[in-house]
Design a protein around this ligand. Sequence first.
Ligand code: ATP
Ligand code: MG
Length: 579
Amino acid sequence: MKLSTQLFVTLKEEPADAEVRSHALMARAGFLYKLAAGQYIYGPLLLRVLRKIENIVREEHNRAGCQELLMPALQPKELWEASGRWDRYVADGILFHFQDRKGSEVCLGPTHEEVITTYAKRFVKSYKQLPVILYQIQTKFRDEIRPRFGLMRGREFIMKDAYSFDSTAEAMKESYLRMREVYFRIFQRTGLRFTPVEADSGAIGGTGSEEFMVDADTGEDAIAVCHATGYAANCEKAVSRISAPPAAAQNVPMHKEPTPGAKTCDALIEMFPGLPIERLLKTILYEANTQQGTQVVAVMARGDREINEVKLLNHLDALDLALATPETVKRVTGAEVGYAGPIGLADDVRLLADKSVEGVQGFLCGGNETDTHYLDVWFGRDLEQPETLDLGLVQAGDFVLEGEGTIEITRGIEVGHIFQLGRKYSEAMDAKFAPEQGKAEAFWMGCYGIGISRIAASAIEQNHDDKGMIWPIPIAPYSVLIVQMRAGDEAQDALALEVHDRLEAAGIDVLWDERQKISPGAKFKDADLIGVPLRIVVGRDAAERKVEWNDRREEGNEVMDVDDAIGRAQSTIAEALAL
Ligand code: ATP
Ligand code: MG
């Protein structure tokens, strides 16, 4: 492809609102253009990337026997009421919904469990048709609270979503494992470094799920990994064993301590230098919005631990959860924020505790009175130990539950998520099939998502340098860029054309920068920015059939015979696509 025939515009300036490199670089290179918050025009070069990702995704799904279909993005409210999800998604604010001209409420699909279940209910009648795995590649809509980071968190984005239908729990697991293999192959083929992790199932529900994370320091997700045991889990879900609390203090009576202005653990530690932070129990107040109404929940945890709000939300089966407002804190504790404790809370507060409080005795906790804490408090003596459960966030240095090893926290970008759904949707929506014997039964389902557009962004988060993007060969917009130093030079014209035609004939996608009146320096700048992985420079030595070879991932150039450069391009690409 000749570059001069294309709309190709690169910018000197980065957009002011670009918070991550993938967004800044893609915007400068003309790959994308922000139309409105979380909505992007995918330019021609970016679309080539997206198509390559889609092709890998399609090939691997088809190879595993999945069938592609396409469902409407516009969905009727009734389906979401049947599954029981309308209220939670509306409360979350994630759902784009509105009335059509007849006054019927509709939404733009953030995901398609309801629609596919409706379809399966109509067309899958017998166990003989099972298993069935259907997928689509489609634009999804989510009114994200913070649409940002370019393609990473859009309000409109491209997703591949697949759904499996089976007759038994075991068969559902088999489909899940089959899809897990599909995901491994897909992410291996993209050329990205990735980590599969145990995951929280979130609002989608179900029994088991894993996420596929592209390794990147800029990722929004924190991941707990243990190299010794191979444990890897999203911190939202991760579990660990923590260090034991220090021995209990001397058994002295509980008493009030004045703690003027000490609203944080740090301030309290400063005020009580002899008190280990593990003997400081904090009490955090939340307001949880559940199907039954709003409830104030107090959660205790050891001073050196944090509360995992995802675990808390799941335990409470809440629609959403937020820190209690200062007014609520005042009402239930009688104090300003910072002095809440388990003793003397208002009766309508539900008191829970993270398991980190187990075994802690003689501790300091809030006094439910401004500028006051209790010291030397004992469970069993001064108050009942509240119900304890795992509501904690894992921390670096914690121990894994199974085997021997410590946990490290790394970061990743969630590009895929697979779930065993069970019969949640099929039961709610009465989607049944006739088994070999007996009455109709609800399907066992799984669902499997991949963020197509997010993969493109994560590829750049993982692979870039000061000068620009570095595309992995399998998903690069073009595999080879020919930079012709001087267009119009007879020897250069002839040799560049030959390289172009020979590569194209070999089935390689090649872009040829033969622009007039653009300096070689500017061409190289653009080349580095757009990040085509392999470069062949046709310049001064064209008459001797010599070119310069450059691999965008490596420093420096090599001068070589044109035939060698073409051979090198072919073998490098073949190797990258070999999987
Ligand atoms: P997140 O936790 O990042 O909000 P999610 O868990 O809500 O994502 P899923 O419902 O599992 O997302 O969607 C399947 C895949 O779609 C995700 O793994 C991710 O790659 C992609 N995805 C989800 N939300 C967005 C978004 N707002 N923009 C781009 N891609 C997204
Ligand atoms: Mg997810």
